[in-house]
Design a protein around this ligand. Sequence first.
Ligand code: SAH
Length: 240
Amino acid sequence: MPRFYLDVSPQGKSIELTGGEAHHLIHVRRIQPGNKVELFDKKGNTYNTEVVQVTRKSVHLEIESHASPDLSYKTNYCLVQGLLKKKSWDLLLQKAMELNLPQLLPALTDHVAGGEYTAGSHERWNKILISAAKQCGRSQLMEIPPCQNFDQVLESTKHFPLRLMAQCEPGIPSLHSLLASQEKPSQLMVFVGPEGGFSEREVTLAKKSDVHLVSLGKNILRAETAALAVIANIEFYYNS
Ligand code: SAH
């Protein structure tokens, strides 16, 4: 069933869809009155609806049934990712949505390599998340809190029972063996560096703050590959 995103959760049984999503429904998917479509909001509520009326710029739909998100299977974890260049960051957003990452925290790190962070970043990122959600069937959007610098994140997440840092370094445990050595944590955080990796200062600071260094194998992965490997492995380990 075609899926469209609802900016505002509906009150009552009828919905008026406008803006970009209405345009997509009317002019790209060419949906007609009588057709069924699924709508979802950012919290992951889904609505099975029937299209009642289509005008040039808006669509009127009636809700037939509603489902709340099933979050029971989820492990609560956050990926802290050093900001990346636009192309890699956008790819990461799309793939992380598909793989079910709950939260992505953008971090300014010492070796930040051209990832520009502006007032409009979140709006642009949200469009990528919505488009990925429509394609992959996931409804709840990944949370992306405002960007923080590395030291702030380290300080404000001291209470997390388990924090890991993916690091290219011989002799450190693999992500898998580290997870296997711990109880399933109520909250988990994983740091992945930007293109230039973490600075020595950041690695030392992380170690002092009880962050465990973990390896993803002996190849040096691009930052976005490393991030996706972390997500896929955590999903496989806890949620499959
Ligand atoms: N030039 C950097 C490489 C950075 S790769 C260096 O030599 O350290 C970007 C980030 O991806 C790294 O900071 C790390 O978090 C992660 N990463 C890449 N390959 C990895 C691996 N094999 N194991 C663990 N983390 C890895």
